[in-house]
Design a protein around this ligand. Structure first.
Ligand SMILES: Nc1ncnc2c1ncn2[C@@H]1O[C@H](COP(=O)(O)OP(=O)(O)O)[C@@H](O)[C@H]1O
Ligand SMILES: O=C(OP(=O)(O)O)[C@H](O)COP(=O)(O)O
Ligand SMILES: [Mg+2]
Length: 396
């Protein structure tokens, strides 16, 4: 990567502000962190900075999508607690991320490592508001970006702040770009992409560009139902992105023209209620009965997905194929994940939740690479310049 890193700047005696992606999966009921991969992934950079005697290391991240409001369940206290355990160094967690009181609290903190409160409690973060970015910048002397998972967002903490301070990359960002760049430049063919998950409107747009790279596209999870609807198939109350139906239709036509094989689920596990189901059934075909919600792909789809993937030489996967957090809805994701580990193929997994699924099934060491970024790795794969990376200083 042609960007300066923490190794290229003087850290001693300086206040360093570092954007990390600690947007970790949490248990819906208790708020407990269910997977700390993203916290662990930032530790090499944190350790390196601390070894170089900075005055302070100020960490900042978002958690979830609170949409500019303070949401008690999305405060970062559990993240600070886990970070402190992992780095074996005390962490001071503050209750906001900007303002004179925060600047004072940082200076007064006996702890060297500070974690600011969830950036997305302020709408200005996602608006990339220059005044908000300046407030963040005013807390430090140097900016480090190690948030690969959020590098596709042009937000105040990932892009704006880089205009106000010397801005360099951390080791995770550098490593992710290096790896994905090398392995996806000329992937061994057939190259298959598996797309699932819940961020349909965010990620459906990447497919068009992927049609020039991949030979096979397997679509499951929350991503599948907008495509099935576009084909006139009944989807009950399953996840639907209404204003993307036309885009899904066009995408399917473009894929046909480009000769890219698109595989969608042919059966599903459906429930009447996600959290408290009284009915759990497998459909006989792709159609979903009225009032029912698809929570996983069905057994015929598992077989079809595995059969489609068996000859792939490179597989990139973002987005679980069902609501795997619930063991009853995890079979599709688990079986396909297990199957691809048996292939002679390069397996690249990306995304906070997909990585967490792979960890839950104990398959981490059997995949070729696990990236901390889902949307970020998809946009990188498309060939887009990620704004969080573009804003950093070029190597001289
Ligand atoms: N059929 C489905 N309906 C609703 N949500 C789903 C479905 N299948 C998967 N999901 C959800 O998608 C979420 C992850 O999506 P996303 O954030 O896009 O993936 P990643 O973090 O790997 O990039 C998971 O929390 C999972 O429960
Ligand atoms: O979890 C993330 O992305 P992912 O779900 O695509 O892996 C990142 O932290 C970005 O979060 P966002 O999609 O709310 O901007
Ligand atoms: Mg996610």
């Amino acid at each position: 990567m042609n960007k300066m890193t923490v190794k290229d700047v003087d850290l001693k005696g300086k206040k360093i502000i570092m954007r990390v992606d600690f947007n970790v999966p949490q248990d819906k009921k208790t708020g407990a962190i269910t997977d700390d991969t993203r916290i662990k992934a930032a530790i090499p950079t944190i350790d390196y900075i601390l070894k170089n005697n900075p005055k302070k290391l100020i960490l900042m991240t978002h958690l979830g999508r609170p949409d500019g409001q303070v949401k008690e369940t999305l405060r970062l206290d559990p993240v600070a607690q886990r970070l402190q355990e992992l780095i074996k160094t005390p962490v001071r967690k503050l209750n906001d991320c900007v303002g004179p009181e925060i600047a004072k609290a940082i200076d007064a903190s006996p702890e060297k490592v500070i974690l600011l409160e969830n950036l997305r409690f302020h709408a200005e973060e996602e608006e990339n508001d220059p005044a908000f970015a300046k407030q963040l910048a005013s807390l430090a002397d140097t900016y480090v970006n190690d948030a690969f998972g959020t590098a596709h967002r042009a937000h105040a903490s990932t892009e704006g702040v880089a205009h106000d301070l010397p801005a360099v990359a951390g080791f995770l960002l550098d490593k992710e770009i290096e790896y994905l760049g090398k392995s996806l430049e000329q992937p061994d063919k057939p190259f298959a992409v598996i797309l699932g998950g819940a961020k349909v409107s965010d990620k459906i747009g990447v497919i068009e560009n992927l049609l020039t790279k991949a030979q096979v596209l397997v679509i499951g999870g929350g991503m599948a139902y907008t495509f099935l609807k576009a084909q006139g198939i009944a989807i009950g109350n399953s996840k639907l992105e209404k204003d993307k139906i036309d885009l899904a239709k066009e995408t399917l036509q473009k894929a046909k023209k480009a000769g890219v094989k698109v595989i969608l689920p042919v059966d599903h596990l459906v429930v009447d209620n996600i959290d408290t189901p009284t009915k759990i059934e497998t459909t006989k075909d792709a159609a979903i009965p009225d009032g029912m919600i698809a929570v996983d792909i069905g057994p015929k789809s598992i077989a079809l997905f595995c059969d489609t993937l068996k000859s792939a030489k490179t597989i990139c996967w973002n987005g679980p194929l069902g609501i795997f957090e619930n063991d009853k809805y995890a079979k599709g994701t688990k079986e396909v994940a297990t199957f691809i580990t048996t292939l002679k193929a390069k397996t690249i997994i990306g995304g906070g939740d997909t990585a967490s699924a792979v960890a839950k099934f104990g398959l981490e060491s059997k995949m070729t690479h696990i990236s901390t970024g889902g949307g970020a790795s998809l946009e990188f794969m498309e060939g887009k310049v990620l704004p969080g990376i573009a804003a950093l200083k070029d190597k001289q």
